[in-house]
Design a protein around this ligand. Structure first.
Ligand code: GLA
Length: 448
């Protein structure tokens, strides 16, 4: 939840008012079974064998979320075709809960906004061929501020979630206090509690890496969680103009890419870097006043008329680069009001296939200039996904070669442009004119 706080930072004017997304870091993770960090299980038994795909309520509904919103999101995933394209999890973020636990200390759903309860909602979501995710926090408070964190209730809460039929837990460390050892202990406790339930529950943690000075991004959480946040909350903008430092209150798309790229080696089947949710089709929060004035109003206006949205090019870039990074694809837009150009991005099956490639090798930047970057991601079967990323505002020609992106010598290569669908052949040279803040995303393979 967005909270106005006074914070003193050596990097900012003392006492400056900072906008901070309240709530702990959130990440969408797979929890609990032999999967997290384990390479010993057969791929088919690994929970989150590929990056989780789904939808989360936060970026559109924030703390106003209702069970009706969740049901409608599930329905829209089905009717839009996104479920069949791979989106599986319907995740309720913060604020689903009552402000107090019940007499037995059990978490309970907010009676006004979730009158039917979570078990009934899980049944509904399951009946649509989807899975349900929920949100909790390892400390005393949820990120929204109520004293319903799971500290001391780990086993009880895991059992409750399993009994309700929950399939995914986002476990959000809502504090910049504590040591790395504290975080490891508390995240491990819930991992073990989830495992003990016997229900496969994807375990998504947020150690608050973007704002926690001690943990930073230094720790590889792959032995504990199925996914872990590598960023501050990503806002629907390109660049926060503050970089990826721990005192940047929000990240833009490019900041999340910069923070996650160096961590590529941590990603693999069952354990993924979570660069935060997609902002495709969501509205930016450029000023706190806008946030408090209204939350991401539903609209069917063409995106080009909405100055507060990122451009379509920037949305395509986020979707492309999250797929290059093997980051979870968790949409956050209002699925019931989805303009066709947004659906075309979220539903691009060629790009999704890169994201979901079974090898699970995250791509890296093999050239990372201040304006132009060239990324490569090895895919199953000897193909390579390539992204030519233009960080600047102006169109730019970006080039690479088959050899540079790691393909073996061959007389010719097949090239598929994953956004236009166009198929071409090259003897090795690749060039594209890429719009400002845009990406050309290609799949290359030696011609058989
Ligand atoms: C943090 C997380 C967000 C969201 C909010 C909820 O800010 O990073 O993704 O879950 O908490 O309060």
């Amino acid at each position: 939840m967005l909270k106005l706080v006074l914070q003193r930072s050596p990097h900012l004017l003392a006492g400056a008012v900072l906008l901070v997304l309240a709530g702990c870091g959130g990440s969408e993770t797979d929890s609990g079974t032999a999967s997290a960090g384990g390479n010993n299980a057969a791929a088919s038994q690994v929970l989150a064998a590929t990056p989780p795909m789904g939808w989360n309520s936060w970026n559109t509904f924030f703390c106003k979320v209702t069970e009706q919103d969740i049901r409608q999101a599930a329905d829209a995933l089905v009717s839009s075709g996104l479920r069949d394209a791979g989106y599986q999890y319907v995740n309720i973020d913060d604020c689903w809960h009552a402000p107090e636990r019940d007499a037995e200390g059990k978490l309970q759903a907010n009676a006004e906004r979730f009158p039917s309860g979570i078990a009934a909602l899980a049944d509904y979501v399951h009946s649509r061929g989807l899975k349900l995710g929920i949100y909790a926090s390892p400390l005393e408070k949820m990120c929204s501020g109520t004293s319903t964190g799971s500290l001391g209730h780990e086993v009880q809460d895991a059992d409750t979630f399993a009994a309700w039929g929950v399939d995914y837990l986002k476990y959000d460390y809502c504090s910049t206090e504590g040591t790395l050892a504290d975080q490891i202990a508390t995240f491990t406790k819930m991992r073990d509690a989830l495992r003990s339930t016997g229900r496969p529950i994807v375990y998504s943690i947020n150690s608050n890496s973007g704002s926690h000075e001690i943990t930073g991004q230094a720790y590889d959480w792959g032995t504990i969680a199925n996914l872990w946040r590598t960023t501050q909350d990503v806002n629907a903008t390109w660049d926060n103009d503050l970089g990826t430092g721990i005192h940047s209150p929000f990240f833009g798309i490019i900041n999340a890419i910069d923070a996650t790229e160096p961590l590529a080696a941590q990603a693999g089947p069952g354990h993924w870097n979570d660069a935060d949710m997609l902002v495709v089709g969501t509205q930016a929060i450029p000023a706190i006043a806008t946030f408090f004035g209204g939350l991401s109003p539903a609209t069917t206006q063409p995106l080009s008329q909405l100055a507060l949205y990122p451009t379509l090019e920037e949305m395509r870039s986020q979707f492309s680069m999250w797929s290059m990074m093997a980051a979870p694809l968790i949409a956050g837009n209002d699925l019931t009001q989805m303009p066709p150009d947004v659906l075309a991005i979220l539903g691009n099956r060629d790009v999704i296939a890169v994201n979901q490639d079974p090898l699970g090798i995250a791509g890296t930047a093999i050239v990372n200039g201040s304006d132009a970057a060239v990324w490569a991601r090895p895919l199953r079967g000897g193909a390579v996904a390539v992204a030519l990323l233009n960080r600047s505002k102006l169109p730019m020609a970006i080039s690479t070669t088959a050899g540079e992106v790691g393909l073996p010598a061959a007389p010719t290569y097949q090239v598929k442009d994953l956004w236009s669908g166009q198929l071409t052949t090259t003897t090795g040279a690749i060039t594209a004119t890429v719009p400002g803040h845009g990406v050309a995303m290609l799949r290359l393979m030696a011609t058989p």
